[in-house]
Design a protein around this ligand. Structure first.
Ligand SMILES: *[C@@H]1O[C@H](CO)[C@@H](O)[C@H](O)[C@H]1NC(C)=O
Ligand SMILES: *[C@@H]1O[C@H](CO)[C@@H](O)[C@H](O)[C@H]1NC(C)=O
Length: 442
């Protein structure tokens, strides 16, 4: 992150475990958005995600669909890839992308099964080593978590640590990657950007894609905060789902047009700040830019953008971090009652257990105050790589929060391998799980 306002160099009275945070940092390119000082209330969940049929038929299992594509087949018919004018960079204009993608899909029919649900996840970080001495270790663990989630659900994942456009630094760096990924993955219907400092804390929950069928961009946000309050934190741009289509290319062109590679960058900084009064730093940023396009260029874009506020599409870590122990207890109680759920099973069939568990989570709610595992926990402002955490947090809160979230998530993975971290605050210790864990009380 480039904003000196967030730097915290005078914090000398922390314990030794905090000192890792005090190192000198540099621009953080991975898109970790440090400035989100969010204290949003979550609306109640009025539109629940429908339960799937709890029988264990595999037709809903993306992993099955994903295993069918023929990876050895690429016919010699010409496609957009053979067009010398086709370029991958931000400035290469692409037209008729929907038709071009369709043509490619027609030539590769083995990709047609499950095509509408196919997801490519993208995340990444800066090209250089982290300044925070444990920054690279933390990024590794955050990435491991995403790999785990993708493996369980059969999604592809791409990690980028190259700066594809030299001027599009910090949070702007993700757009050239997302664009290039659309070109390189015509089989993917959706690109799911997840910031390096966000992690999956519910390994079973799946995006309710059916809900987004008429939309091309999904972000965590609240209409009234953008339209009425005109708050730049009315949404969060650190996690988004964007459809691989011409609309998205056009939209990203408009969006990235506010970025540092544009001659209008400074001007956009002023416009954004005067529109969203709570934006406290002068540079144009992608999040306020998105809020602007939704609020001001409403007619043009807003009807294709879904503001998801009903579950933790991404959740603010400060609101979540104290809840892991109680949530674990609730889930254990369910498993004590439901023999099917505590049965050992192969990781490959995890999705079916998620479907069964859903029945017992009816009263859990979603979002704030719920005892459902939060879907995505975002350590916005903690800056694991640079260590320059926002001064409104303490180093210990950031570090302890990340550790317990990473272990909470890892327990859901390790369970299938027969082990558990008994203490969420202890990274090193794991214990084998006894048969029939957690057994019912006698
Ligand atoms: C679930 O699917 C099975 C098999 O397709 C069917 O027999 C059963 O009635 C379905 N259950 C519900 C609750 O829809
Ligand atoms: C966890 O549960 C206990 C006992 O029900 C309760 O007193 C406590 O407030 C809960 N903690 C949180 C963070 O919800």
């Amino acid at each position: 992150m480039a904003k000196p306002t967030f730097r915290n160099n005078n914090n000398n009275n922390k314990s030794s475990s905090s000192s890792i945070w005090l190192t000198d940092g540099f621009l953080f390119l991975g898109g970790a958005f440090s400035a989100l000082l969010l204290v949003w209330g979550f609306t109640s969940f009025t539109n629940p995600i429908p339960n799937e049929n709890t029988s264990l038929k595999p037709q809903q299992n993306d992993a099955v669909l994903y295993s069918s594509p023929d990876l050895l087949f690429d016919p010699s018919d010409k496609t957009f890839y053979d067009d010398p004018e086709m370029g991958y960079t931000m400035s290469d204009k692409i037209e008729n992308w929907d038709e071009k993608r369709q043509e490619w899909l027609k030539l590769h029919p083995s990709f047609s099964a499950g095509a509408k649900e196919r997801i490519l996840m993208i995340t990444g970080s800066q090209p250089a080593a982290c300044k925070n001495p444990i920054g690279d270790h933390l990024l590794l663990r955050f990435f491991k978590n995403k790999v785990d989630y993708c493996r369980i659900h059969g999604y592809d994942i791409f990690y980028n640590n190259a700066l594809l456009h030299p001027k599009m630094f910090a949070y702007w760096a993700k757009y050239p990657v997302v664009k290039a990924a659309m070109m390189s993955h015509p089989e993917a219907e959706w690109i799911w950007w997840v910031d390096s400092d966000a992690l999956f804390t519910d390994m079973e929950f799946k995006l309710p894609l059916e809900r987004y069928k008429d939309h091309n961009l999904v972000v965590h946000g609240w209409e009234h905060l953008i339209h009425e309050k005109r708050s730049w934190t009315g949404l969060n741009a650190g996690v988004f789902l964007i459809r691989n289509c011409q609309w998205s290319l056009d939209f990203m062109e408009a969006w990235a047009g506010m970025g540092p590679q544009s001659p209008d960058y400074e001007e956009w900084g002023k416009i954004l700040r005067s529109t969203f009064k709570d934006k406290f730093f002068p540079e144009s940023d992608d999040q306020t830019g998105l809020a602007y396009l939704i609020a001001i260029e409403k007619e043009k874009w807003a009807n294709k953008i879904y503001l998801e506020g009903e579950y933790y599409f991404e959740g603010y870590w400060e609101e979540i971090r104290g809840t892991f122990d109680n949530i674990s207890k609730k889930y254990d109680e369910i498993e004590k009652d439901v023999i099917r759920l505590r049965r050992r099973h192969a990781e490959k069939v995890s999705e079916s257990y998620g479907v069964i568990r859903e029945k017992y989570l009816k009263d859990a709610g979603y979002g704030k105050g719920s005892w459902r595992r939060p879907f995505v926990t975002h350590f916005t402002g903690c800056q694991p790589c640079s260590g320059k955490y926002n001064e409104m947090y303490s180093a210990d809160d950031c570090w302890n929060g990340m550790r317990s979230a990473l272990n909470f998530a890892d327990n859901q993975v390790m369970r299938k391998f027969g082990f558990v971290h008994p203490d969420l605050d202890d990274d090193k210790r794991v214990s084998p799980l006894p048969f029939d864990y957690p057994q019912p009380w006698p």
